[in-house]
Design a protein. Structure first.
Length: 379
């Protein structure tokens, strides 16, 4: 036989598979109607496990894995279809729809906002871009931003979540696990670092350089030009600039923005000292209540999956099947469990689409824990 003959045979088998799959799904519709009439749950884990074991027994040993994976996906599709037939919405789905209806159509102009750092910090610059006239409260650290919102001292908080050079800000991810807050907006801000020092300082005399940990990472190659200098980590770049300015030293410098230098009276010895020109930090705006503003097409969720082979693959297969773009996948260890992780997803999909609602329902069903962090627009 030639390859075209084999392909023709495959086409015929595929035709039969489609017919049988549709027949199975139509039968699942009848089961859904029966479950609805009798108040039964869609998911029957005992039945599904028994069916998968039977499929494995029926299969050839070298194909058992593939058949089990195939029928696992078929049963998940069947559950999804039954939910559509029963028009069953999850409590979270109802909450999201209510937030869409209740959230104002425009972003507020002058709310109280918590930012980490001091005046001139990059978080403040991001905050000023998000809001027209924010009333900013400065917190010593990231936890202080969350605590201020939790205590009702302010409505929003602005925090860095990831940088294009240095990667994710892990502490913020961990605090998002701890506090049940929501993301309402995000913004990418170009980060342009400068070497700042007191007037009269020569670069060859610098022995101490101060900045935020991520800023030092973003300038790692540049800092190799100062082999005699000691690097010091500060809470943020603006604090580093302030410390150098107050010290009056001629052998110390800070890595920070040009605005930091102007604000604290430091000279810019060199501009654009970051290792990459396309150095951006993504900032998120968080709130205690769920708010979904018009145009929301990005969603962040955290999930804990079963600690077994294939669980992450099954979650990601949902995005592929529904044509949803996965923008980010981050894993963070669960403090109370050894070798188990919380997965953080950023997903690109309109909050108003049917695919979004189905994705949320499916991921909830397959997760041991599910945290919806919000749907929002990124600028």
């Amino acid at each position: 036989m030639k390859i075209d003959d084999y392909r023709a045979r495959i086409d015929a088998i595929d035709h039969e598979l489609v017919e049988k799959l549709e027949e199975r799904m139509r039968t699942a519709e009848k089961i859904a109607e029966y479950k609805q009439e009798n108040g039964l749950r869609i998911l029957d884990p005992v039945r599904e496990r028994s069916l998968l074991d039977r499929i494995q027994e029926m299969s050839s040993p070298d194909l058992a894995y593939y058949n089990r994976m195939l029928f696992s996906s078929i049963m998940e599709m069947s559950r999804d279809h039954q939910a559509q037939v029963m028009k069953k919405k999850s409590p979270l789905g109802e909450q999201i729809m209510a937030a869409i209806q209740d959230t104002p159509k425009t972003f507020p102009d002058a709310p109280a906002v918590a930012c980490q750092g001091v005046q001139g910090a990059y978080s403040q610059l991001a905050c000023d871009k998000m809001f027209k006239m924010p009333v900013i409260m400065y917190m010593k650290n990231f936890r202080g931003v969350f605590a201020a919102i939790d205590a009702g001292l302010c409505h929003y908080g602005v925090l860095p979540i990831e940088n294009s050079t240095a990667g994710s800000v892990n502490q913020v991810y961990d605090l998002m696990q701890e506090y049940h807050f929501h993301i309402v907006r995000s913004m990418r801000v170009r980060i342009d670092h400068c070497l700042l020092a007191n007037a009269g300082t020569n670069k060859e005399d610098i022995r101490d350089i101060y900045s935020h940990e991520q800023a030092l990472q973003q300038c790692e190659d540049y800092l190799k030009h100062f082999p005699m200098a000691t690097l010091h980590v500060c809470e943020n770049t603006a604090e580093a600039a302030r410390m150098v300015a107050q010290s009056g030293r001629k052998d110390a410098a800070a890595i920070g923005s040009l605005e930091n230098g102007e604000l604290y009276g430091l000279e810019c010895l060199e501009e654009s000292v970051q290792d990459r020109d396309n150095n951006y930090t993504r900032f998120i705006c968080i709130a205690k209540d769920l708010e979904i503003y018009p145009g929301a097409d990005r969603t962040s969720i955290m999930i804990v999956l079963r600690h077994e082979p294939g669980s992450l693959y099954q979650a990601m297969a949902r995005f592929n099947a529904m044509g949803i773009n996965l923008l980010k996948l981050e894993s963070r260890p669960l403090p109370s469990r050894e070798f188990e992780f919380m997965f953080y997803f950023d997903i690109e999909e309109s909050v108003y689409s049917e695919a979004f609602a189905r994705m949320i329902d499916q991921l909830q069903e397959m997760s041991l824990e599910f945290r919806y962090l919000g749907s929002y627009k990124e600028y």
